[in-house]
Write a protein of this length. Structure first.
Length: 103
């Protein structure tokens, strides 16, 4: 089999038959980090303002939806607290069952 060199670390490897056209870096942390382009999304968003605006609107809607869920949970917690308070008060102020000892 023909060997190749990794682009980052330069080590020799035998490419996998399925990924030989794509495999550029090894599995070491250094090589995998160097493979990622940190400016990819910034460079993509610059010429695509419609994508950027759509993404912002979707993010706003996700945040609104999550806030609605938390608001519902807060409302439920308040009503549950009221129910618990009622039940505790009922038990505290209830007349005790009087059991008359027999025998």
């Amino acid at each position: 089999m023909r060997t190749r060199h990794y682009m980052i670390c330069g080590e020799v490897f035998v490419p996998d038959a399925c990924t030989r056209g794509f495999q550029k870096v090894c599995g070491k942390d250094f090589c995998r980090r160097a493979r990622n382009d940190p400016t990819y999304w910034r460079d993509y968003r610059a010429p695509h303002p419609a994508y950027t605006e759509r993404n912002r609107e979707q993010t706003r809607e996700r945040l609104r939806a999550s806030r609605r869920v938390f608001a519902k949970q807060d409302a439920m917690a308040g009503s549950i607290d009221g129910i618990v308070t009622f039940l505790i008060g009922r038990e505290v102020f209830a007349k005790p069952n009087v059991m008359v000892p027999t025998g």
